[in-house]
Design a protein around this ligand. Structure first.
Ligand code: NAD
Length: 487
């Protein structure tokens, strides 16, 4: 690590943040955080015990009532100050993110700004939580509805967007009046710890936000989910772990939000603007090095364009610079770890064995860190594993289709349903396809849907619940209704 990198890491508190205090784990345990570009240990953080985890929920429970009764404007202003502070620290947070997660610094700066947007958006939403008042159809009753915070919420985040997946949950929860326990992924705890210290600095009362870092998420989560004071679990991560946690949360009947895996189709129709389609596919595939739930996982191209499209996509991907994310012109960083590298290589080998042709890439880069070359596979048969499984790496498989019905059938032939992308110049074809896709989101002539002001979320095995938009705060609110008899 260079001196500036060391200096940024040193600014981050590495203890547990419980009830407004930073402290070591009860047994003094710690675990290491690695730079995936080099394998070097960059920090160690507290490794919570089950008792620490329970105490974090105790703190959230103890402060719930006061936080729920705080003025919405006060909550809004704390979130607004946190937004300003995150943006003021954009460069340092971006470097920290690159060091623990690997993405190029320019992308990390983009994620910091995206993460901050949730703080700003929900600072604005905090003061717009409304109820209703109306006459029942038989006129015997007045119906009064109001919204109240769900209560202490457990927020589990993945490593791929270390800051934004946190703020996308923390901001609406705090805005709604819920206290929280946050558990970042073990690969990337530093951004969440840095965010907690920002919240502390901008005046968030003690115990409202608690952070538990751990290298053994199973037992720690069991203790938190089993705590009788917990009311909600919001999870972003893989479908397998999401479904396991749903089962565990069933005994306490917790409110749930599940943001799970994806297998996004990107459809290039015969009337697409090819420039837009290639640029959109590069973005939808290569954002975050392909390590995004929204990544274009299956690129479906009309027969008439498939050859030209594959060549142009390969030229674009081959020109991207693969390097440690701190290098100024890096476009693609390393994968997160050795398992990810093995999985991505295995999917490429399987596709080639099934009959796909490799147009570019296809192999590991260097022998230090976990770099993989941007890869284009063409004429991939839908029987290949890569058609069904989330790739989570810089691999673009291109499939062919003959007509719209076949494109939609292939697009929906997956258990996932997070996002789809479509490229067409026809409004009626676009609307028909938006309606036919079994996904929670659709990008039309663009390869990006993430936006703090829009409801992000999936259907099928991509989960349920929405983050961002007008909907996001409602994940943390219960509706209460009173029947008023005026006779
Ligand atoms: P993961 O499911 O392995 O881990 C996610 C989180 O769950 C981490 O914090 C991890 O520590 C925790 N965890 C793991 N096992 C656990 C257990 N037994 N009990 C409790 N917690 C446990 O996923 P990942 O590899 O970190 O992230 C990648 C996955 O996340 C991909 O499938 C991706 O599609 C998905 N994702 C979804 C969205 C979305 O919004 N839908 C966004 C980003 C990532």
């Amino acid at each position: 690590m260079e001196e500036r990198e060391r200096a940024v890491v040193r600014t981050v508190p590495t203890g547990l943040y419980v009830d407004g205090a930073w402290r070591e784990a009860a047994d003094g345990g710690r675990f290491d955080v690695e730079d995936p570009a080099t394998g070097e240990v960059i920090a160690s953080v507290a490794d919570a015990t089950v008792d620490d985890a329970r105490q974090a929920v105790d703190a959230a429970v103890a402060h719930q009532e006061a936080w729920a009764h705080s003025a919405p404007r006060e909550r809004a202003e704390i979130l607004r100050r946190a937004f300003e502070a995150v943006m003021a620290a954009q460069d340092d947070l971006a470097l920290l993110m690159t060091l623990e997660m690997g993405k190029p610094v320019a992308e990390s700066r983009g994620e910091v700004a995206y993460a901050a947007e949730f703080l700003r958006w929900f600072s604005e939403e905090a003061v717009r939580v409304h109820g209703d008042f109306y006459v029942s159809p038989d006129a015997t009753t007045r119906v009064l509805t109001t919204r109240q915070p769900v209560g202490p919420s457990y927020l589990i985040t993945p490593w791929n967007f270390p800051l934004a997946m946190g703020t996308r949950k923390i901001a609406p929860a705090l805005a709604a009046g819920c206290t929280v326990i946050v558990k970042p992924a073990e690969q990337t705890p530093l951004c969440t710890l840095a965010l907690a210290s920002i919240f502390e600095r901008v005046g968030l009362p003690p115990g409202v936000l608690n952070v538990v870092t751990t290298s053994h998420p199973g037992p720690i989560s069991d203790a938190i989910i089993g705590h009788p004071g917990l009311r909600k679990l919001s999870f972003t991560g893989s479908t397998e772990v999401g479904s396991l946690l749903m089962r565990k949360a069933s005994s306490g009947l917790l409110r749930l939000s599940m943001e799970l895996g994806g297998n996004a189709p990107l459809i290039v129709f015969e009337d697409a603007d090819l420039d837009k389609a290639v640029a959109g596919a590069v973005f939808a595939k290569m954002r975050n090095g392909g390590e995004a739930c929204t990544s274009a996982n299956r690129i479906l191209v009309h027969e008439s364009l498939a050859d030209t499209f594959s060549e142009r996509l390969a030229t674009a991907l081959a020109s991207l610079k693969v390097a440690r994310g701190t290098e100024p012109d890096a476009s693609v960083g390393p994968l997160i770890d050795a398992d990810a590298l093995a999985k991505v290589s295995g999917l490429v080998e399987d596709a080639v064995a099934a009959g796909a042709s490799l147009v570019t890439g296809g192999e590991r880069r260097g022998d230090r860190g976990y770099f993989f070359s941007p890869t284009v596979l063409r004429d991939v048969p839908p029987t290949a594993r890569v058609f069904r499984e989330e790739i989570f790496g810089p691999v673009a498989p291109v499939y062919r289709f003959d007509d719209d019905d076949e494109a939609i059938r292939l697009a929906n032939d997956t258990t996932y349903g997070l996002v789809g992308y479509i490229f067409t110049e026809s409004l009626s074809r676009a609307v028909r396809t938006i309606e036919a896709l079994e996904t929670g989101m659709v990008g039309v002539n663009q390869g990006l849907v993430s936006n703090a002001a829009a409801p992000f979320g999936g259907v099928k095995r991509s989960g349920f619940g929405r983050e961002g938009g007008f909907e996001g705060i409602h994940e943390y609110l219960n509706v209460k209704y009173a029947a008023l008899n005026l006779s």
